[in-house]
Design a protein around this ligand. Structure first.
Ligand code: DLZ
Length: 163
């Protein structure tokens, strides 16, 4: 039977699914560690606050954001029972084109991994012009994008489980 969606304007505050049945991995980049550490703490606490058991959270650190693609791939290869992977990183614009290459590679990379395994791989990567913009989004005046990445992981895991 076809299901009907509610009015789209209702969706910004849809309830966060309970995560007690889910196993979720977090891959976090060490570059800009003061920022990514805040993203990680936010994501971890949000998962725990929403019922994910501590023993069902797998956390790994990788050197930089570029490595998040292979981290997600390795996690999904080794842990077949994962429901989602959250990728956390922070790339800050510099004087060279490194920023563009890293952002482009990780955005495409984790998309490919997600499609390869048919599992949610969440893009929790800050791509900012400067350090202040990153601080503002890692527990500052624009909230914590690590929290948002964790909520997205829970919603997508629930979607996979119920679709
Ligand atoms: C090399 C590099 C540079 C210049 N900037 C960042 C950054 O702002 N954020 C980040 O997470 N990583 C950076 N990296 C490291 C790359 O992600 C990667 O670890 C290296 O290029 C080795 O593959």
């Amino acid at each position: 039977m076809a299901t009907q969606l509610k009015n789209l304007s209702d969706f910004s505050h849809t309830t966060i699914p309970n995560g007690s049945a889910f196993k979720i991995a977090i891959a976090v980049a060490e570059w800009n560690a003061e920022i990514t550490g805040s993203l990680y703490n936010g994501a971890l606490q949000t998962l725990l606050n929403n019922g994910v058991l501590a023993e069902n959270i797998v956390s790994i650190a990788v050197p930089g954001t570029f490595e998040l693609t292979s981290a997600a791939d390795i996690l999904l290869q080794k842990h077949k029972d994962l429901d989602a992977v959250i990728c956390l990183g922070c790339v800050i614009q510099g004087e060279t084109r490194h920023f563009d290459f890293i952002c482009d590679a990780v955005a495409h990379g984790i998309t490919q991994v997600s499609v390869k395994y048919s599992k949610p791989v969440i893009f929790g990567v800050l791509t900012t012009n400067d350090q202040q913009q990153a601080i503002d989004r890692a527990g500052g005046k624009h909230g914590n994008k690590g929290d948002e990445a964790a909520i997205t992981a829970l919603k997508m895991a629930e979607l996979v489980a119920t679709i």
